[in-house]
Ligand binder design. Structure first.
Ligand SMILES: [Zn+2]
Length: 314
């Protein structure tokens, strides 16, 4: 370790010039303590609101196996880790591009936008929160609806974006969901919902909870029309989503390794005062316990979905 003789030496070293340490023998306490940076205040924590987000980079690190891959290569591999098959979290447009023929589709009901009608304030004002997200992303709300064809068969897809307040279910998502059902009935085609959400949007309070009844009611209209509803759950799907339309599919499917549940594992553990089994709330665990019909790998998503549509409609 280089021991600094005087303050100026720090600058010298930053420019890359090396200088022999002045004290090779015994060091005084003061010399030992002198470091590059001094922390004047202890226990400094940055609140979540003030933390800076890392910009989207060229590189991507797999949270499961730590493999570092080039983002463009990962994209070609459907955002699935080539080493451990970890399914990275992706947004609605990525799913639409993957599913629809020639990446050609129509985005519907994009003019419906969230509003702070309760003047709700938690850590910050809901209206302000919405403004910030609108400035940062091109998302109008936590759900996008796309209409197009999959290997020539028509399909309406409603897909959530976790980026928008944790993919939470508010009145806009409820309305888009309902209109998407109407579109399916109009086009006489199946309805696919891709869920990725923390649950109900607390900033909309009871209005958010009302969406549970609204969406479930709408699904019975789809059922009356004899059209299939496929619910695909991705990582993570929790709370109000899994408690309502997430589990109401004629087919309930999931991506591998997705965390799916109602309450989080910590809450459950504290309530039942028992250790949870391995793989608890993962899609493989849910499949084994009869909550899911099957698990679908993203790389085969389009092909499998196309087979399913054929089977369901004929
Ligand atoms: Zn991996």
């Amino acid at each position: 370790m280089i021991v600094m003789k005087k303050e100026e030496d720090i600058e010298l070293n930053l420019t890359g010039e090396e200088e022999q340490p002045a004290f090779v023998g015994e060091q005084t306490k003061e010399q030992k303590e002198r470091k590059w940076f001094k922390r004047f205040r202890k226990g400094i924590t940055t609140s979540t609101a003030d933390k800076k987000e890392t910009p989207e980079g060229l590189w991507n690190k797999c949270p499961e196996c730590n493999l570092i891959s080039v983002t463009s290569e990962l994209e070609e591999n459907f955002f699935v880790c080539p080493k451990c098959n970890y399914h990275h979290r992706i947004g609605s447009i990525d799913y639409f591009d993957m599913l629809f023929d020639e990446q050609h589709y129509e985005v519907l009901f994009d003019n419906i936008v969230s509003k702070d009608f309760l003047n709700f304030t938690d850590l910050k004002n809901y209206g302000k929160r919405l403004e910030e997200i609108h400035a940062k992303t091109d998302l109008k709300d936590s759900m996008r609806v796309g209409f197009g064809t999959i290997n020539g068969q028509k399909l309406v897809v409603a897909c959530m974006d976790f980026e928008f307040i944790g993919g939470s279910l508010g009145s806009v998502m409820g309305e888009k969901f309902s209109k998407a059902v109407d579109k399916s009935i109009e086009e006489k085609c199946p309805y696919l919902v891709i869920s990725k959400s923390g649950g109900a949007r607390m900033m909309e309070s009871a209005f958010s909870l009302m969406q549970l009844a609204k969406t479930s009611g709408k699904l019975s209209q789809l059922s009356d029309a004899g059209l299939p509803y496929i619910s695909m759950l991705t990582d993570p799907t929790f709370g109000g989503i899994s408690a309502s339309f997430g589990m109401l599919g004629d087919l309930n499917i999931a991506e591998p390794g997705a965390l799916i549940g109602f309450a989080g594992p910590r809450v459950i553990k504290e309530t039942i005062k028992k250790d949870l089994p391995e793989g608890f709330q993962r899609s493989e665990f849910l499949l084994e316990h009869g909550f899911l019909d099957f698990i679908i790998d993203r790389k085969t998503l389009k092909e499998k979905m196309s087979q399913l549509l054929k089977l369901l409609l004929n």
